[in-house]
Design a protein around this ligand. Structure first.
Ligand code: FES
Ligand code: CO
Length: 351
């Protein structure tokens, strides 16, 4: 699947950046190949517009905010949050131009991040009660570009079999390669997978968990939110909650922006945020090294013969199936980079 060619994927919310970034001025981002500018108006609204001035196509993200308008850096035309041109400085008496001349996109702030959709969203941003619960803290962990498809990262989160190989140096056990498989329950626009996975504690993790045991059973409740968002709720036997939210926001076919934060039920005195980030950093780097070697054109069609499967691949296979169904429900089929070749072949055989 080439994500930039699937229109239906434009109709989901994606976290694009920590809200702190827009405090510093207009910020560019590329979402599903669409260049956007995210900026904060004087009235506090955070908005997203196409990052292209309709005068001579300059990037608005190079401009600045003036009151409730963004000013183009090239000749100073100004646009409000709806994309209406409110000022042409060379023709001040005109009060701008008629109509919304710059496309605008749904944009909101949740969980300390700016979320954008490129069309009418099909599903809401999930409600996670920990955000407003004083017994939890939110720790912002990662904001970085990975050279892989978002779907690879999603599938990886639900793949218990990778733990003992990819994470053999942090919490896996390569001598126990066949872990328990999750029980999966399908939900609208996603699923929940529950499993109890034995993991092995290194020294930093023993400290973070305040648990000296060599092996801990993680009770994992993992939610997949279509298409590229997951929430991994790990409950340790001590009752400690470590809830990781990871988005693989699609930038282009071969790249995604990893946005990760976590909720913890312990305090800074129990486990400093920097130690928690350090452990998750190591684990994440282990995943990244392998995932960036994978093909970004993930085949949704399980019978394409491009990939082989095993029983523990069930969550990833369900993702593929649900994505095919989603596309079909919106009149789309899967686009892959083999489309062009196939079209030429069909042309040849019909001529
Ligand atoms: Fe934006 Fe001229 S290109 S005002
Ligand atoms: Co992993």
């Amino acid at each position: 699947m080439l994500v930039t060619r699937q229109k239906t994927l434009r109709r989901f919310w994606y976290p694009v950046m920590p809200v702190g970034k827009v405090e510093a001025g207009p910020q560019p981002f590329t979402l599903l190949g669409e260049k956007i500018v995210v900026w904060k108006a004087a009235d506090g609204d955070v908005v997203a517009l196409a990052d292209r001035c309709p005068h001579r196509s300059a990037a608005l993200s190079l401009g600045w905010v003036d009151g409730n308008a963004i000013v183009c850096p090239y000749h100073g035309w100004s646009y409000d949050g709806s994309g209406t041109c409110v000022r042409v400085p060379q023709r001040p008496e005109s009060n701008g131009l008629k109509g919304r001349v710059v496309p605008s996109f749904p944009c909101t702030v949740r969980y300390g991040h700016v979320w954008v959709a490129l069309g009418e969203p099909l599903a809401p941003i999930p409600d996670w009660p920990e955000e407003d619960d004083a017994s939890y803290r939110r720790i912002d962990q990662f904001y970085e570009t990975w050279r892989c498809a978002g779907l690879r990262l999603m599938e990886n989160s639900f793949d218990n079999a990778h733990i003992h190989f990819v994470h053999r140096d942090t919490f896996g056990d390569i001598d126990n390669p066949d872990p328990p498989q999750p029980a999966i329950e399908r939900l609208p626009y996603g699923f929940v997978a529950r499993s109890d996975v034995p993991v092995y504690n290194n020294e930093l993790q023993k400290k973070n968990l305040r648990d000296d045991s060599a092996v801990t059973i993680r009770h994992i409740t993992a939610r997949w939110y279509m298409p590229f968002l997951r929430r991994l709720h790990i409950r340790y036997p001590s009752g400690l909650d470590h809830i990781i939210v990871t988005a693989a926001t699609p930038i282009a076919d071969d790249r995604c922006q990893v946005v990760q934060f976590c909720f913890r039920s312990d305090s800074e005195a129990d486990a400093p945020a920097r130690d928690i980030i350090a452990f998750d950093r190591r684990v994440t780097e282990e995943d990244r090294a392998v995932l960036e070697s994978t093909d970004f054109d993930v085949p949704l069609d399980m019978n394409s013969g491009v990939e082989r499967h095993m029983p523990s691949d069930q969550p990833g296979l369900l993702m593929r199936r649900m994505l095919i169904e989603l596309l079909a429900a919106h009149g789309e089929s899967e686009h892959t980079r083999h489309d062009a070749g196939r079209a030429t072949q069909e042309q040849k055989s019909s001529s």
